[in-house]
Design a protein around this ligand. Structure first.
Ligand code: AMP
Ligand code: GLY
Length: 425
């Protein structure tokens, strides 16, 4: 089968690496891909946001399955457009993608399905948001309702900070039209976990749990990033809690999406806060997480292409997935200065040495080829991922690999997976 994978991050390198192991795969195209994905297929110069270009390419190249990595093309309706042309596509329709692309819609679905989440309200006028925030004496979280590259959420401990955040989003439009509408919600306290599930409209298969590390600094300090590392499984999610999340969050939401006539197909990602009162939803994403996908797919033994095809044919119930018992840890190496300004074009060395270690893959994110050399080309450069017999062993191996890789200004957190190691002691 000829497959088109859309995206160019670490997540897409991990998906390409996994697809390449499928016996069903005859040819893999990645649009636009990165030097990492180029090891497993042909990169084609079509941007992920160029939905018309993607559809045209899929038709002309007899693509059997298109797999969409990032949220923007999903929110633009690329799946509907591909399916209208007879191309199978893995991911939700434009209407179902609102679960991520419109946080007000997402809150509405959670309310209708009685899913536990932070108390929240939606505003389209700044004056109303200001009056509401001023009336609260608890910390608030202010969220641009639309897509803002993962940066549209501001956690505010003082009402005055909340008002300032709402003003920046709604009046100064720092996230553009994504801030025409905002959601203001209560701040939840606890440890976060990412729960990803395969969904085919009816059936749900919950993958192994994972945890991301959003802030730039050790000990969760400093500004948020796209994710500085991840590990799987996340011990904070016990088996019992996993069943509760499936029963009380995933099943009701998938049912509600059907009742709403926006049936869900693809990967449903629930960002969870494990609070003293149990798991609560922070957000839904309509795709694989980045960097959670890197450790999760290192642990998936089954054929990913077979699963994606079964989902497109509504046959997920026929599938059982096998997982490697061993934990996996992904450490992101970033450009110095990220998530602020950073320089690009720094030569990267040592990947081969790092990958000589057993069960290590250095997934590319922001890399490029320049004059036959691999150079940095983005904020998050590599996601160095390792399996180990214990989470501590996986962590040690991931850092051993990181220490073999060099580029000027390279930065990584040194405490990835520490929470898991502490809690498993
Ligand atoms: P979101 O994109 O909605 O997941 O938000 C990004 C990050 O903001 C989350 O991973 C949390 O760290 C934080 N966050 C979002 N909503 C809340 C909330 N209600 N309480 C506390 N933290 C939150
Ligand atoms: N790791 C967070 C995300 O993919 O949105």
């Amino acid at each position: 089968m000829r497959v088109l994978l859309v995206g160019n991050g670490g997540r897409e390198h991990a998906i390409a690496w996994k697809l390449k192991q499928s016996k069903e795969l005859t040819k893999l195209y990645i649009a636009p891909g990165n030097p990492g994905t180029a090891q497993y297929g042909e990169n084609v110069a079509i941007k992920a946001e160029d939905v018309n270009g993607l559809v045209k390419f899929a038709k002309e190249n007899k693509i059997g399955l298109a797999l969409i990595g990032p949220e923007d093309p999903l929110a633009e309706g690329v799946v509907d457009m591909l399916e209208a042309e007879g191309v199978k596509a893995f991911g939700p329709s434009r209407a179902a993608a609102q679960l991520e692309a419109d946080k007000a819609f997402s809150k509405q679905i959670m309310r209708s399905s009685a899913v536990s989440t932070a108390e929240g309200r939606t505003f389209t006028r700044f004056a109303d948001a200001k009056a509401y925030i001023a009336s609260r004496d608890e910390p608030v979280v202010v969220k641009a309702a639309g897509l803002a590259k993962g940066k549209g959420v501001m956690v505010c401990n003082e009402p005055s900070d909340g008002i300032l955040a709402a003003e920046k989003i709604m009046v100064n439009k720092i996230f553009g039209p994504a801030g025409d509408k905002i959601v203001v919600e209560d701040k939840l306290i606890g440890e976060e976990a990412s729960i990803l599930a395969f969904v085919d409209g009816r059936s749900i298969y919950v993958m192994e749990s994972s945890q991301d590390h959003k802030p730039i600094g050790d000990g969760d300090t400093g500004p948020n990033t796209g994710g500085m590392g991840a590990y799987s499984p996340a011990p904070v999610v016990t088996d019992e809690m996993m069943s509760q999340i499936e029963r009380e969050i995933l099943v009701p939401v998938v049912d509600c999406m059907n009742r709403n006539e926006t049936p869900y197909k693809g990967v449903l990602y629930a960002g969870i806060m494990v609070t003293a009162g149990g798991p609560r939803v922070l957000e839904f994403n309509v795709r694989f997480g980045d960097p959670e996908t890197q450790p999760i797919l290192m642990r998936l033994k089954s054929d990913l292409l077979e699963v994606c095809l079964a989902i497109c044919e509504q046959k997920l119930e026929d599938i059982t997935l096998e997982w490697d018992e061993r934990p996996a840890v992904c450490v992101v190496m970033a450009s110095g200065g990220y998530p602020g300004n950073y320089e690009k074009g720094k030569v990267i060395t040592g990947i081969e040495k790092a990958e000589k270690l057993d069960n290590v893959v250095a997934f590319h994110a922001g890399t490029a080829m320049k004059d036959d050399k691999l150079v940095t080309a983005g904020g998050r450069v590599l996601g160095v991922t390792a399996l180990g017999d214990t989470i501590a062993a996986a962590r040690a191996r991931a850092y051993e690999a990181v220490d073999k890789i060099n580029f000027e200004g390279a930065y990584c957190r040194r405490d990835i997976a520490d929470k898991a190691i502490k809690s498993s002691r």
